[in-house]
Design a protein around this ligand. Sequence first.
Ligand SMILES: *Cc1c(COP(=O)(O)O)cnc(C)c1O
Length: 405
Amino acid sequence: MSDLPDELRPDTLALHTGIMRSGANEMSEGMYLTQGYAYDSAEQARDAFAGEIDVYMYSRYANPTVTMFEDRLAALEGAERCFATATGMAAVFVSLGSILSAGDRLVAAKALFGSTLQTFANFFEKWDIQIDYVDATDNADWERALATPAKAVFIESPTNPMQDIVDIPFVAALSKKAGATFIVDNVFATVLGQKPLELGADAVVYSATKHIDGQGRVMGGAILGSSDYIDGPVKLMIRNMGATISPFNAWVLLKGLETLPVRVRHQAANAMNLAAWLEQHPGIKSARYPLLPSHPQHEQAVKQMTLGGTLVTIDLELGDDIDPAGPEAQAAAFRFINALKLFTPSNNLGDAKSISTHPATTTHNKLTADARAEVDIYETTVRLSVGLEDVEDLRADLEQALKAV
Ligand SMILES: *Cc1c(COP(=O)(O)O)cnc(C)c1O
């Protein structure tokens, strides 16, 4: 690894970083299915526990396969350090839970992944963390919330499922003034499409379950940032609470990273193609995709994203007589989803196979209809995760399903 050329591009980094070969000199990275490690002597064990030498001790703490995954993802992100976790939610929880104390202020966007909102509402609030929710796209609201000191700021951009864009450099500057650690959940944009650390964020979290696996096999997550943050509070919390990733999962994700750039670029091109076609279709009221000029924050998206992601969020056009939040609208959306043959109903995203999701009755079913309307989710809203299929086949499938509506 040390003799790699400088300034490699993502496709190359994804293949050549993080490799630690064993004495067998295997070509494909080794899968170290071991809970522990043998010491050479009693003295070495003593020195390891005293923190005087750095050796693998126990797989809840560290494992060579996990290290390879962490180092490769850190290289792709351009981060000093990475710590892998059992799931994306473990990464979200530890990124904040490791630095927040009772009485601290957390400023967060309103539009967040469902389980993230559940964690805040059911645990952080109970632990006396003051949460101030902000309208993600309203810079004046960010100014209001960050006029007073805060411990942490947490956002997703683009948001799920409406793909709102947060002005990351703007929120980064305000966070710095407020003394807050600014954390970005970068799942929708992916490491190929957006670099939050370069835009001023302090840390990035991923659900590796999504694009990094990309074939719907295993769960995993990661937190990336400075070595002070990762080797300090993050490591202390994960090692002791046990949200450690399995070496098997880390191996699958490590190999997933090798093809991530190719897959994500191809899926993003398919998504852009379908979004541009869908928004012209008479059966569609709107198609949200960050790189479409019609996107409400298109200008900001172009400034901070190099790819538009792999998701397209559509609203079905049912005419003025049908309430978009009512049962007839839901029936129409279900007819559309059930008629699709290449988009499988599921709540995963970023998979090589295309997926359809009805947010109002699945990922966002815990919200009231009013709370959903506040983030523009209606019964007519369908989230499409665009896969690696031939784009002409996907277009024909959408066309026939729109007829069924
Ligand atoms: C899926 C997802 C998570 C949670 O990840 P898991 O691997 O399911 O725990 C967090 N944030 C976003 C934006 C996600 O899409």
